[in-house]
Design a binder for this molecule. Structure first.
Ligand code: IVH
Length: 703
């Protein structure tokens, strides 16, 4: 395994992951002082907003920014507050939903049986309470509890008809999920045809798709080599893989699956355990870590044993699931809206270690964002030696009330990079100096600034602060941007030190004769570099746009901008209003683009890149098929479609000059409605008198 310290290594590109992977973490962190002044209602609103955001990051972006434990804690706090204030009920509160992982590229399928989640706890007392509640609920009847591992991957529902796999659907929002059958079929441990002949004609089996640790580590190594963003954990890697459009890549990722829940009308046994054992005979991979327990003592023995032993398992687990074994008893205990009453998940505490905080270093990223990093006494944690931990921003340092020499708790949450989660204040004998966030850039000395609403401090000296200059050039040449062969962070550093380059446009002035004179550079490598630079002139416009490194303009945004404005001149001249009108471009991104092009230095740079011959407009091919038929129209997409996927409709709207918006307002031009349009949306549309168009009408309109 890699040492955590690697992730802070300046000289290689791992630092890039550090910046992009967790930089904006804790953006919604509410400092303790503010929390105290909040009313319950304000706190409910703030928790709802935060949980919605984290749900989105977890389920849609596959990029969680807080640990499961923290998420669960916030969810519990919200549940408590909502109970106290029923008058502040909201049917869209995160406490009602099970979460959503719906990716619009897949066809959505309604689950025959909703995919509920499990009640979670980290406390042994809750396990005892659960056991007692069951005893009371079953009115003294004997019962057995089936204890299993809680596998930490992504859940899947498989439907079998006459012994054949016919459909695989993700959990989605619990009601409907994405049809990922083609991808699931590539997973070797999932049987396509069952063994024997005693299986029901029609049944569903649910389980967890997992990426084994070894595969995960290998995949991240490969991604690092290719300068692709790393996956934070095997769970994200598994769910990200399952949503890939190319099932051949899915196949290469060597996913695995454990099945743990059988549903249907004619199941062979009344026992959940017995049914799973039978399913194993039909060819399903069922975990052999399952035990039927009668007493609380047996349950705790299982929990305690696997709490340590799980570290030797090939896949990630995050707790133990307890299920009442008899299906008849399960039915009599029933369900709540979110989870069954007959099951509970006991989650393991994240592993943590106590060590000394020696100092803080501050790193400057390519955007000028300052990241504080804690330097620690080296300590062993989940198989790796931790020497450094991220502190994210000034609010976190303030919230922890950190002093030099403090004994701090280090935890590995869902992320690879460890973080400091607390201070052992009792261990403070001599209090060291309180940590004050720096006021000036450690690299160039400029006074730091903090943008409104942002947690990070920034060095504003974009054009003369060395790590920013080098970072921007490194981003510019990276594989997903200009993909300049032969150049890497070390060469950039060398060229910068030699005074050959101060910005990206200088790359196009380099000459082979000049490069070949440098240490460790022969004629061949020099020519290679020049050829790579020359070839980059053919890189399409949207990637040039991405390569500029404008704040908040990632690959997707760059694509949208390129399609909407068609060339650099149009984009440079775009007003805030023009920009906001583009699908998925909000005010924050729009302002950042305006700011970029108001800076004379940036304008000069773009001019020089243009002069150097880079592609500054969409190709003829891209321009073809674009129309203005929906120019100025704001369109809401709702419901389930049969001719095209939602994403395809979104693309069609954009191709025809329209804007796809998420929610209905008076400004909405019309609603493109499929089947099962949500009743609240329908009501709102009718109230505002907004036209509802079906698929066929829409396709005729743009034909
Ligand atoms: S049973 C109604 N068994 O945990 C309960 N779930 O928080 C159905 N999970 O979405 C689930 N291991 O993805 C069950 N042995 C196990 C599990 C398990 C992991 C996941 C599953 C579910 C989530 C609930």
């Amino acid at each position: 395994m890699a040492e955590e310290n690697d992730y802070f290594c300046e000289r290689n590109n791992k630092k890039r992951f550090f910046e992009t992977g967790i930089k904006r973490k804790y953006i919604n962190f509410v400092p303790q002082k503010k929390l105290k002044n909040m009313t319950d209602i304000e706190r409910i609103d703030s928790l709802r907003e935060e949980l919605h955001l984290h749900n989105y990051k977890y389920y849609i972006l596959n990029s969680p920014e807080i640990s499961d434990m923290e998420f669960d804690r916030m969810m519990r706090e919200l549940q408590e507050l909502e109970k106290k204030h029923p008058e502040h009920f909201d049917k869209t509160s995160p406490t009602i939903r099970v979460g959503s992982d719906i990716n619009k590229n897949f066809i959505q399928v309604v689950h025959k049986y909703p995919m509920l989640s499990l009640a979670n706890t980290y406390s042994e007392t809750d396990v005892t309470d659960f056991y007692e509640r069951i005893r009371k609920g079953l009115e003294g009847e004997d019962f057995e509890v089936c204890c299993e591992m809680k596998y930490d991957g992504t859940s899947i529902s498989l439907t079998y008809e006459h012994g054949k796999l016919i459909r695989a659907v993700t959990r989605g929002d619990g009601e409907k999920g994405d049809d990922v059958t083609d991808n699931v079929k590539t997973i070797r441990s999932i049987p396509l045809i069952l063994h024997g002949n005693d299986y029901p004609d029609n049944f569903e089996i649910r389980g967890e798709i997992l990426m084994p640790w070894t595969v995960f580590e290998e995949l991240n190594k490969e991604r690092e080599k290719n300068e692709e963003p790393l996956f934070a954990n095997p769970r994200n890697a598994a769910s990200g893989t399952l949503k890939l459009q190319n099932s051949a890549i899915v196949a290469s990722r060597k996913l695995d699956a454990y099945l743990y829940y059988l549903l249907g009308e004619n199941l062979p046994n009344d026992g959940h355990y017995e049914n799973l054992k039978q399913a194993e005979q039909w060819g399903f991979k069922v975990s052999n870590i399952m035990r039927k327990c009668k007493t609380l003592q047996e349950i705790f023995d299982f929990i305690n044993y696997w709490n340590t032993e799980r570290k030797n398992l090939p896949v990630a687990t995050d707790g133990i699931v307890l299920k009442i074994n008899s299906l008849r008893q399960q039915r009599s205990l029933g369900l709540t809206a979110k989870s069954p009453r007959w099951a509970i998940a006991y989650k393991f505490q994240a592993e943590r270690a106590l060590t000394r905080l020696n100092s803080i270093s501050y790193q400057v990223g390519r955007t000028g964002a300052i990241t504080p990093v804690a330097n620690l006494d080296p300590i062993q944690l989940s198989g790796t030696i931790v020497k450094r931990a991220s502190l994210h921003n000034a609010d976190i340092i303030e919230g922890l009330d950190l002093h030099i020499g403090d004994m701090v708790y280090v935890e590995k949450g869902g992320e690879i990079i460890p973080k400091i989660t607390g201070v052992d204040k009792d261990a403070r004998i001599l209090i060291g100096e309180k940590i004050k966030f720096i006021t000036h850039c450690p690299e160039c000395g400029s006074k730091l600034i903090r943008y409104e609403g942002e947690a990070a401090h920034y060095c504003p000296n974009e054009t003369a602060c060395p790590p920013q200059i080098k970072g921007k050039i490194e981003h510019f040449i990276s594989r997903r941007a200009m993909n300049i062969d032969g150049l890497g962070p070390e060469t950039v550093d060398q060229f910068y030190q030699e005074g050959f380059i101060k910005n990206t446009a200088d790359l196009y002035k380099l000459e082979a004769s000049q490069i070949s004179k440098l240490e460790r550079m022969g004629n061949k490598s020099a020519e290679n570099i020049i050829r790579g630079i020359e070839n980059s002139k053919n890189i399409p416009f949207e990637r040039v746009l991405f390569a500029l490194g404008i704040r908040f303009v990632g690959e997707t945004v760059a694509k949208k901008l390129a399609r909407a404005f068609k060339n650099m001149d149009n984009l440079e001249q775009a007003t805030l209003d023009d920009l906001i009108h583009v699908d998925e471009i909000g005010e924050k991104i729009a302002r950042s683009i305006i700011l970029y092009f108001t800076d004379e230095e940036n304008k000069k740079l773009v001019y020089r890149l243009k002069e150097a011959g880079l592609t500054m407009q969409l190709s003829q091919e891209d321009l073809q098929g674009q129309t203005d038929k929906l120019q100025g129209k704001s369109i809401v997409i709702s419901g389930v479609f049969s001719h095209h996927s939602r994403d395809e409709y979104k693309a069609l709207i954009e191709q025809n000059g329209g804007k796809n918006v998420g929610s209905i307002s008076a400004k909405t031009s019309f609603i493109l409605a499929g089947n099962n349009m949500g009743p609240s949306k329908l009501e709102k549309a009718q109230k505002l008198g907004i036209k509802i168009m079906n698929e066929d009408e829409f396709l005729t309109l743009i034909e």
